[in-house]
Design a protein around this ligand. Structure first.
Ligand code: NAP
Length: 337
């Protein structure tokens, strides 16, 4: 192992929760600095994104071991390189998916396969923007392509259109050749915000059926990106064109519905899922290519990530905004502040 700062036993600040619950269970604690295991690097973090998935972990919707250190993405400089790792040197700028958690901290250990050097065309990429791109833009690419199989000219509906993934999905859908792109939000203010990201129209959940019918000449949507779940999920099949795809990749409502096995047969539709962690485990090469493309799109300004930067200590506030549907765009923590 090579290390820039050999300080065994030293402490760092990290976000942590010791029980499941509301945002107030989040604390910033002093914990030991991690050392890289074989195949890992450690990163001195400057910026760390906040994701809705971390809200779900915090409230116990996806049970994780306690205490848990949240944070699925981080940007900073390589601190130390574990055994067997090639291609990284201490001091290099990197952006990394930290899918095991721990990204909301001053130092995080991460598998080298999930880290990308911010050099070459990525050298000018701002740390907060890179942190904002890692999970959201990678996921938006995955749901549109590998899960949704978006084809040229097809129509796309994006639920939670003003959010981190939603704003990226609208822009990428355009880049990938989509026809009509319709966004859905829970408030007029969020709809107004989302309109800045390339949607043809943004409507309420109540008005979506009429809007899809009008915009597709009654044919229905080819793709619906559904991270919302809840009762609305049952109505999605009714929005789809023949052989349309209902892409399920989240459950913000924390309430699911049941489909019968015969459902796709009876309705000429597909239910298809996307899970970043699952892709990391079962299709690592695909994840890597989406991760690299996501960062490249943001560096090239072909995808705009609207980032609000908060100090690390305000992590609970970011969770609260996400959980109460008061958020737009992406929240990123400045870990040095
Ligand atoms: N499968 C994966 O690998 C993967 C990876 C990344 C993200 N995701 C999922 O993608 C979604 C977007 O993630 P994000 O971090 O960018 O979050 P986000 O979209 O910025 O925030 C979540 C949004 O979900 C909508 N929502 C609908 N019902 C809700 C409810 N009952 N409570 C709270 N929010 C509700 C809200 O938008 P409106 O108020 O406009 O409806 C809210 O703004 C999340 O559901 C997340 O879990 C999945």
């Amino acid at each position: 192992m090579t290390n820039t700062q050999q300080t065994p036993g030293s402490l760092m600040r990290a976000v942590r929760f010791e029980s499941f619950g509301g945002p107030s269970v989040l604390t910033v604690a002093d914990v030991p600095v991690p050392e890289p295991e074989a195949g890992q690097i450690t990163v001195d973090v400057t910026h760390a994104g906040v994701n809705f998935a971390e809200v779900m972990f915090r409230r116990g919707q996806f049970p994780v071991g306690l205490p848990h250190h949240p944070g699925l993405e981080a940007v900073g400089t390589v601190r130390a390189v574990g055994d067997g790792v090639t291609g990284f040197r201490a001091g290099e700028r990197v952006a990394a998916l930290t899918l095991g958690g721990g990204g909301n901290a001053e130092v995080v250990a991460v598998g080298a396969e999930h880290a990308v050097r911010l050099d070459g065309p990525l050298a000018g990429l701002d740390g907060a923007l890179a942190a904002g791109a890692l999970c959201n833009v990678t996921t938006a690419l995955g749901v549109l392509t590998s899960a949704g199989h978006l084809a040229e000219g097809e129509s796309v509906v994006v639920l939670a259109a003003a959010g981190g993934v939603g704003t990226a999905a609208a822009q990428l859908a355009r880049t990938l050749g989509a026809g009509t792109v319709i966004g859905v939000t829970s408030s007029p203010a969020k709809a107004e915000y989302a309109r800045g990201f390339g949607y043809d129209s943004v409507v309420s959940y109540e008005d979506l059926e009429r809007e899809v019918a009008e915009r597709t000449g009654g044919a229905g949507a080819d793709l619906v990106l559904d991270s919302v779940g809840g009762a609305f999920r049952s109505s999605v099949t009714g929005l789809l064109a023949a052989f349309g795809r209902h892409v399920i990749f989240g459950n913000a409502a924390a309430e699911d519905v049941t489909f019968e096995g015969n459902h796709p047969w009876y309705t000429n539709s597909s239910l298809v899922g996307y899970n970043l962690g699952g892709v990391a485990g079962r299709a690592p090469g695909l994840l890597r290519s989406h991760l690299e493309r996501a960062l490249a799109e943001v560096a090239a300004k072909t995808v705009r990530v609207d980032v609000r930067v908060l100090p690390l200590k305000d992590v609970a506030h970011a969770h609260e905004l996400l959980e109460t549907r008061a958020s737009t765009g992406k929240y990123v923590l400045d870990v040095r502040a």
